[in-house]
Design a protein around this ligand. Structure first.
Ligand code: ADP
Ligand code: MG
Length: 278
């Protein structure tokens, strides 16, 4: 995608042009205390460089989802600052926060597709954050929007299914459509919250490979929550270990040992911590 072309598009408003490149993510002394008193993040400071491929690993309840939600502004830290590219996410509200989120791609464990509509329309949702409201309401998409959506679907191998219903797809195919929807935003960072947790092992591997390709080919900053150690080792370069809301490991993913995982999990490694045979 040519940024210059998008910027010169005659009907393009402020929100229409994609971010100029991958963004860094910085957490500075972030603490999150939920209203019920649970402290889900404790004084977390992290710097993720633009274009890094990072896994966040930890047991269920360790704070992985909370961390992602603070990065896209869904959860406000009780203290500390989150910066994503040019945005101080902790201070943004309303339209400014929505605008910033337009450049942050999100992928979830549960895909969050509209099952009764086509693959194409699901992926087109990714363009909404860059489309003037009146055009979204009228269902008008430019040729450029269609081109971006088709290319996003092509890059995850889903072009063949473009006119089929999303609900008819397998789990792995649904997650690929969700990735295409996020790519259609032309985001500057991609956040994935346990994107392969409901997939069988071979499918989990291929979806992780898609994310690694996105990082390698597009240079996007990718932060992916995982609870399985082998996926973190195999597909990411840096691993951040969370335990009870605190960073207990931050280092290369590929060379992380079972002892490192025991430190993150707070118990010996078990067979369910591994994806197993593919
Ligand atoms: N909306 C919420 N309100 C209160 N407590 C929450 C909320 N979301 C998560 N928690 C708690 O915060 C902690 C971290 O949860 P979470 O970020 O979901 O961890 P993970 O994604 O690693 O499983 C857990 O103790 C969880 O029960
Ligand atoms: Mg979670």
């Amino acid at each position: 995608m040519d940024n210059t072309a998008a910027a010169q598009r005659p009907e393009a408003g402020d929100h229409a042009s994609p971010a100029s490149g991958p963004w860094p993510i910085t957490l500075d002394d972030v603490t999150v205390r939920y209203p019920n008193g649970v402290v889900a993040m404790k004084n977390v400071s992290l710097e993720i460089a633009a274009g890094e491929m990072v896994a966040v690993v930890g047991l269920s309840g360790s704070g992985k989802s909370t961390m992602i939600r603070t990065i896209n502004g869904l959860v406000k830290p009780s203290s500390g600052t989150v910066t994503v590219g040019p945005h101080d996410i902790t201070r943004l509200k309303g339209a400014a926060l929505r605008h910033a989120r337009g450049d942050i791609g999100m992928i979830f464990q549960s895909f969050n597709l509209a099952d009764r509509t086509s693959v194409y329309r699901n992926a087109m949702v990714g363009r909404f954050s860059h489309t003037p409201t009146w055009r979204t309401l009228l269902g008008i998409h430019t040729a450029q929007d269609r081109d971006i959506v088709m290319r996003a679907l092509d890059s995850v191998g889903m072009l063949e299914k473009v006119w089929g219903r999303a609900g008819a797809l397998s789990g792995g195919q649904k997650q690929r459509v969700a990735i295409a929807r996020a790519l259609a935003q032309q985001p500057a960072v991609m956040l994935a919250d346990e994107p392969v947790a409901s997939l069988d092992p071979p499918t989990a591997h291929s979806v992780m490979a898609d994310l690694a390709d996105i990082n390698a080919d597009r240079g996007l900053t990718v932060l992916v929550n995982l609870h399985l150690m082998d996926l973190a080792r195999q597909y990411t370069t840096r691993m951040i270990g969370l335990r009870a809301g605190e960073v207990v490991y931050d280092g290369p993913a590929g060379s992380a040992t079972d002892a490192d995982f025991e430190q993150i999990y707070g118990r010996p490694v078990q067979s369910r911590d591994r994806l197993g045979e593919q």
